[in-house]
Ligand binder design. Structure first.
Ligand SMILES: Cc1cc2nc3c(=O)[nH]c(=O)nc-3n(C[C@H](O)[C@H](O)[C@H](O)COP(=O)(O)OP(=O)(O)OC[C@H]3O[C@@H](n4cnc5c(N)ncnc54)[C@H](O)[C@@H]3O)c2cc1C
Length: 319
C-alpha cells in the first residue's frame, strides 16, 4: 500500500496534524509513505526526521492556501504515481480540499475519521455520525481512498528505524480559476486553535458576561489550555464566535475538556463528546453534561474555577 500525506503548513510552520497523519500511516504497514507540503522553506522537511518516508515533495509558490493551485499540484503528484490512499487533516483546509480532490480523481472519500485500520488489504475507517451520537465503520469501494483524520485522535510516535527520504522541491501548478486569496486573517487569540488544543476550558451561559471569562483565561494560562464557549455564551456576546464549540461551532478533541456552567445540550456535545476526559462544573446536579462527564463537580463555577487555578499552580510549581 502506497500512501501520500498532505501535510498542512500554516504561517510557515508545519501543523502537528502532519505528524499525527504520519503516525497513522505507519500503523498501516505501508510499502511507502510520501509527503506533499506547500512551503517556501526548502528546509521544512527536517521536521520529519526520525520517520520512515520515501519522498517529500516541497512545493513552493503558494504563500497563502489557494484551493485550485493546491488541488492541481497535488493531482499532478497523485496521478504520476500509484497511491492507494491519500491522507489529510480534517481541518478547515482539509475539508475544503479533499472533497474537490475526491470529485476530480473519482476516488472514495472518508471524512472526519477517528480510526483507520487495514483489514484484508482494505482500509476500514471509524467515524462519528449524527452529531457524534454513533460511530460507523466504513470503507471505500474505489482503488484510491481519500481520508481526512480528526486532529488529536492519534498520539504521535516516532518509529525505531528511520530512512533518509528523497526531497523533491517543485513549483506549484498555475491557478485555473480567476480568483486569488489575498489575505488570511488570524483570530485574535494567541492560544492553540481549539480544534488542535489538547486542553480546553469552556464557559457557558452561566459566565453571565465577557469579563467573567477572565477566570477561565487565568486557569487556562496556568496549564497552557485554550478557552472555548457554548453557543449561549457566544450568542449573548460573552465570547467571540471563534470560541464556540459544538454543532455550529468547532469540533474539538482534547485530552481534557472542562465545561464550566454548560448544561450539555446535544448541540454542544456534538462538538466535544470525543474529548478523552470531560470534567463538568455545574450547580445543577441533574444537568445533562454530568451524564457525559468523567468527573463532575456540583458547585458554583465562580467558586470552583479559582480553586482549580490554585491547584493547577501548585501542580505546575507556579505558586
Ligand atoms: C441548530 C442549533 C445549533 C446549535 N449549535 C450549538 C453549538 O454549536 N454549540 C452550543 O454550545 N450550542 C449550540 N446550540 C444551542 C444549544 O441547544 C444550547 O442552547 C446551548 O448549548 C446552551 O448553552 P449553555 O449550556 O451555555 O446554556 P444553558 O443551557 O442555559 O446552561 C447553563 C448551565 O449553567 C448552569 N449554571 C448556572 N449558574 C451556574 C454557576 N454559577 N456555576 C455553575 N453552573 C451554573 C446551569 O445549571 C445550566 O446547566 C445550537 C442549537 C441549535 C438549535
Amino acid at each position: 500500500m502506497n500512501i501520500l500525506i498532505y501535510a498542512e503548513v500554516r504561517q510557515g510552520k508545519l501543523k502537528n496534524t502532519a505528524l499525527e497523519l504520519l503516525t497513522l500511516a505507519q500503523s498501516l504497514n505501508p510499502t511507502a509513505i510520501d509527503i506533499a507540503l506547500f512551503s517556501e522553506d526548502a528546509g521544512i522537511s527536517k521536521a520529519f526526521e526520525g520517520f520512515s518516508i520515501r519522498e517529500i515533495f516541497v512545493i513552493s509558490g503558494v504563500p497563502l492556501y489557494q484551493n485550485d493551485i493546491v488541488l492541481n499540484s497535488l493531482k499532478k503528484i497523485i496521478t504520476s504515481s500509484s497511491y492507494d490512499c491519500i491522507l489529510g487533516p480534517a481541518s478547515p483546509t482539509g475539508r475544503d480540499l479533499f472533497p474537490r480532490l475526491s470529485a476530480q480523481l473519482k476516488a472514495g472519500l472518508l471524512t472526519e475519521v477517528i480510526d483507520l485500520k487495514k483489514e484484508n488489504n482494505k482500509l476500514v475507517a471509524t467515524r462519528p455520525i449524527y452529531a457524534g451520537k454513533c460511530l460507523v465503520t466504513c470503507s471505500s469501494t474505489t482503488p484510491l481512498t481519500l481520508v481526512t483524520l480528526r486532529p488529536n485522535v492519534i498520539a504521535i510516535q516516532k518509529p525505531a528505524t528511520s530512512g533518509s527520504p528523497k526531497v523533491t522541491n517543485q513549483v506549484a501548478e498555475k491557478s485555473s480559476l480567476p480568483l486569488k486569496v489575498v489575505e488570511i486573517r488570524q483570530g485574535k487569540s494567541t492560544r492553540p486553535d481549539l480544534t488542535e488544543a489538547t486542553l480546553i476550558i469552556s464557559g457557558g451561559r452561566a459566565m453571565a458576561n465577557s469579563d467573567n471569562f477572565k477566570i477561565l483565561f487565568e486557569a487556562a494560562d496556568v496549564i497552557g489550555a485554550s478557552v472555548g464557549a457554548s453557543r449561549a455564551a457566544v450568542d449573548s456576546g460573552y465570547a467571540p464566535h471563534e470560541m464556540q464549540v459544538g454543532q455550529t461551532g468547532k469540533t474539538v478533541n482534547p485530552n481534557l475538556y472542562i465545561a464550566c456552567g454548560i448544561s450539555g445540550s446535544i448541540q454542544h456535545l456534538a462538538g466535544m463528546r470525543t474529548s478523552k476526559i470531560i470534567v463538568a462544573i455545574n450547580t445543577d446536579i441533574d444537568a445533562p453534561i454530568f451524564q457525559k462527564a468523567d468527573y463532575g463537580i456540583v458547585a458554583d463555577l465562580f467558586k470552583a474555577v479559582p480553586v482549580l487555578t490554585e491547584e493547577f499552580k501548585k501542580l505546575k510549581g507556579k505558586d
